[in-house]
Design a protein around this ligand. Sequence first.
Ligand SMILES: N#Cc1ccc(Nc2nc(N)cc(-n3cnc(CCO)c3)n2)cc1
Length: 286
Amino acid sequence: QFHMIKHEDLTWSESLGQGSFTHIFRGSKTDQRDGVTHSTEVLLKVLDANHKNCWESFFEAASLMSQISHKHLLLVYGISVHKSKNIMVQEFVKHGALDLYLKKSTSVSVSWKLDVAKQLACALNFLEEKNIAHGNICAKNLLLAREGDPSTDNSPFIKLSDPGISMALLGKDVVLDRIPWVAPEVLNTLEIELECDKWSFGSTLWEIFNNGEAPLQGLDPIHKQQFYEHFSNLPALEWTELADLISQCMQYQPELRPSCRSIIRQLNSLITSDYEILHASDTLPK
Ligand SMILES: N#Cc1ccc(Nc2nc(N)cc(-n3cnc(CCO)c3)n2)cc1
């Protein structure tokens, strides 16, 4: 159920960093269409050789993304297996991971952030309707296809990346390190349900409105585990309506978390609320 890409059709450029058990590179792929050679810029995601046993989960994550298509889901062109290398070939998303973008950008407006949050909620709603849990929602896995430009008021556009290797195969230390994005119940079951994505959505909202700062970043795995054992909550944002939405999503009882439709409705009212207009004054040129 995959398009297989020949290794010789791939060109490798610079390394762009790494995910869990993977390395990513900029690159390009060539293919012949009606006798014409096309070269497409791609992102090459390679499974670490010392985690070869995860190749099924690695490709299962990719196949999830290629069996369904949605404007806010990353496009996976196919896979390439060459000698001991397992490679996922993805569309190259122009501005990269959202967490890094937010850390670098100073003047990102409240309406820009709400727009991004709503796009993620729409992607999750699409997955929820298909009863598909993603399992790795976080700002690092949101890719910015279009920056949006405050002066021309053109809006950002994000794509949700593949979920990567499944929790069950990641090992306890990686799962603990994903606190507070990973839902508390996952620590016991290592199973991902739809409700888990709501919890992660709350944590990602917190990141977006804290300019890409990772929640609980200073805590070591033991203290992160205690954060859940003590049923702790992230520090509330000043904007109480937004803080309320985050705490609704990050309820320890999965069944109490809101549906995607409710999340979208609440985001819509935040977008139109006067608070947003008031906030806009923060970013208007003085
Ligand atoms: N400077 C710069 C720059 C870097 C990267 C891209 N593009 C791109 N396209 C993708 N399909 C996936 C990713 N990507 C980034 N980090 C991860 C790991 C966490 O998911 C995945 N980046 C564009 C510009």
